[in-house]
Write a protein that binds this ligand. Sequence first.
Ligand code: FAD
Length: 410
Amino acid sequence: MANIAIVGAGIIGVSCAAFLQRDGHKVTIYDPLPPGEACSFGNAGSIGPGSVMPISTPGIVRQAASWITDPDSPLWIDWRYLPRALPWLARFIAAGSRPRISGISKALRFLHADSFEHYRTLLGVDAKSLLHVSGQLYLYESDAAFAKDALGREIRAALGVRSEILNSDEIRQLEPSLGPRFARAVYLPDSGHCSNPHRLVTTIAESIVRNGGRFVRASVKDFEQDAGQVRAVITDVGRMPCDRVVIAAGAWSQRLAGRLGLKIPLESLRGYHVMLPMPETAPKRPLYPLATKIMMTPMENGLRVAGTAEIAGLDAPMNERRAAALGRIAKRYFPGATGEPVSIWMGHRPATPDSLPVIGPSPRHENVMLAFGHGQTGLIGGSTTGLLVSDLIAGRKPIIDPYPYRTSRF
Ligand SMILES: Cc1cc2nc3c(=O)[nH]c(=O)nc-3n(C[C@H](O)[C@H](O)[C@H](O)COP(=O)(O)OP(=O)(O)OC[C@H]3O[C@@H](n4cnc5c(N)ncnc54)[C@H](O)[C@@H]3O)c2cc1C
C-alpha cells in the first residue's frame, strides 16, 4: 500500500483521499486552508445526475455578445484580463460545436449518473441529512424561451435522463414558493441537492482523519522529481516524501501541473452566491430559471442564490455588485423573499474549455494522478472522480471509461 499525497482539500481532494483510504493506502491531504473553504464551500448544492449540458453550446458567442454590456448578466469579462483569457476562450467556443457537445454530454452523464450513490458510500449515516433527491426544476418565462432550449431536452432524452414538462399551474402546485412568472418547466425527478456543501466536505475529511489519514495545513510549492517519478512534495513547511501524488487543487491546479511540465488550459470561472433568509414558503428543491442562469437552493441555513460566470483571473478582488444582483433577481421570483442578504461569497470554478475535468495519470510522471477542472459541476462529479482515481491507482477495471477525461486531449 502506498503513501499518497493529495494536494487540495476541496470536494475533489477529499473524495479521492476517502476512496484511496478505503483501498488501504496511507493518505495525507495538503491544503493551506481548512477542508472545503475554497470553491467547494459556496456552490449551489445542485446534485444533478441529469446535468449533462456543457457551458459552451452552439450559439454561445451570440448569447455572450448580448450579455457582455450588462453588468448584472450571467457572464462578465474583465477587459484587462481578456488578453490572458483569449486562448482559453477560443478553445471554449470551439468546444461548443454540435458534434463535440454530444461526446461531452455523454462523458458528463457517465461522471454524474451515480453521484448520490457514491457519496452515500462515503457518508454512511450522515448522507440522510446532507443529500436530498428532491428533484430540480428548470424554469422558463415564456413558451418561446422553452422552445429555444430544445437541444438540452433532446440531449437529456438521448442519454436516458428522466424528465417531465410542466405548465404554469403544475409548476405552482409542485413549488408554491414561486410567483406566477413561469410558463413552463422541466422537472428532473432523479436530481436533487446537498443542503450544506461545506459540511459535506468537512464530514468526509473528518472521517478520513478518524480512520488514520492526515491533514496538513500547508501549501504545495513544487515537487521533487527523479527518473520520471515524483518522490516528495515540497511545501511551505518542508519536504514531504510520498510514493504517489494526486493533484486536486481546483482552479490553482494549473500552476502545480506547470511545475511538472504540463500545459493544461484551466481558467477560473468566478461565481457568486448570496444567502437570503428562507422565505416563509420555502422552496423544496433547486430552482433554475434559464434566463438568468442562477440556481436557488434551500440550504440548512437559508436560501442560497448562486450563479454568474466572471472571467477576471484568480487574483482580482470580489465584485460585490455581482453578488448583490443575485439577491435582487431572486426576489423577483419569490414573492415571500423579503429579508436582506445575510452573507455574500465568491469562488473560483476550475474550468476547462470543454466543461470536462482532467482525470487520469500525468503523461510525464507515472506516479502522479490529475483530478481537477470540474468547472460548474464539481460537486456532482466529486464522488465518482474519487472512485475513478482509486480504481486507476489500484489498476482495477475503472467504474467509468476514463478516456474522455484524459490530459492528452489538450
Ligand atoms: C457560484 C458557484 C455555484 C456552483 N454550483 C455548483 C453546483 O450546484 N453543483 C456542482 O456540482 N458544482 C457547482 N459549482 C462548482 C463546484 O463548486 C466546483 O466544481 C468544485 O467545488 C471544485 O472542487 P475542487 O475540489 O476541485 O476545488 P476547490 O474546492 O477550490 O478546492 C481546491 C483546494 O486546493 C487548495 N490548493 C490550491 N493550491 C494549493 C497548493 N498549492 N497546495 C495545497 N493546496 C492547494 C485550495 O486551497 C482549495 O482548498 C459551483 C461553483 C460556483 C462558484
